[in-house]
Design a protein around this ligand. Sequence first.
Ligand code: FES
Ligand code: FES
Length: 167
Amino acid sequence: MAGTELEQQTTVLTRVAVNGTPHALSLDPRSSLLDVLREQLGLTGAKKGCDHGQCGACTVHVNGRRVVSCMTFAVQTDGCEVLTVEGLSARDGPLHPMQQAFIDHDALQCGYCTPGQIMAAIACVHEGHANSPHQIREYMSGNLCRCGAYVGIVEAIEQAALQLTER
Ligand code: FES
Ligand code: FES
């Protein structure tokens, strides 16, 4: 009983829309957004690389802005809209132009960094930071790829940027 009371005292109701689906979650205020996405909502696209804000593998969007979800308290997303890689395209629908561009340019090897790369890449374009290969490299520098697929990643972003900015 004491444990239950303690639990009730230390959880925080957080209302958040994830990929368009509303959730009302009772959260430990210390939980990272990454852990809540992966362990409570079953959205395992965002990856845990370093868990210290240094690799970008966990990148998602909160209210349209990219964040490293390992360094974001889940309770901070109360009232927000979160978009993960799973929300970019319907399961049987066409891929998002950035997803397709990563395939077209062979911009991955093991794929572990790829969901974070794609979410960061979309934000990079929307921020207006994809105007040259140099600028893309600079604004994607927070997303590491241990397989060294950087050449393909930059090419993919250049391709998708043309389509996304035409819209
Ligand atoms: S897991 Fe979040 S930045 Fe590395
Ligand atoms: S594709 Fe393997 S870490 Fe980037």
